[in-house]
Write a protein that binds this ligand. Sequence first.
Ligand code: DC
Length: 224
Amino acid sequence: MSARRRPIIAIDGPAGAGKTTAARNIAERLSLVYLDTGATFRAVALKALRESIDMDDGEALAALAASSRIEFAGERFERILLDGEDVSEAIREQRVANASSRVAVHAELRAHLVELWRAIAKPGGVVLEGRDIGTVVFPDADIKFFLDARPGERAKRRFTEQAEKESVTLDRVTHDLEVRDESDRSRAHSPLRRAEDAIEINTTDLTPEQTLEKLLEAATERLN
Ligand code: DC
């Protein structure tokens, strides 16, 4: 594979598969920035909730995104700003997560956000995390990973994260994850699926460190 000087690494997979931790860790180890594409859907969903925009109205949501400033900040792009406001924490609420998979079905909105991600990532040196990075956004990424884990394990991880922030039950988180999974996999535009040339890693029984080791092994092989 002809690796560009500043690589583009794609990490796709369902919620709770360990993408965020893996993407942040590998970005840090390889001195790359990290682009959490899901955070941009969450930012739009947050604004739509605040402004009572209909989640089924793709045009209205795309117009909302187009009239908003969505920016990443911090050394590795770990913060997200919406119209100048740091919404990194606010977008992690369960209601925003649920709304984000509803807004993500709309092609008009996706087109707008894909343009934003490509503009940021084009120079390379980026790890992008999402659902369609290896299939649609950067089909020629230098390395593609597809992370997955058993549904019960994914729900447990999400529950542990959410319980630190708000009052939730494992049943609620499991149910919401199933609904989001179904929507992300079955939507007409850019559904979640593994790119044929993606390296699949099942993280069910792996610690974050073990996952990182696997990613680094593959990255070292492909990028050198
Ligand atoms: O990764 P996440 O849970 O923060 O993503 C939030 C939602 O955004 C998720 O339900 C799927 C959607 N998403 C998407 O459709 N495409 C992406 N590249 C990233 C996220």
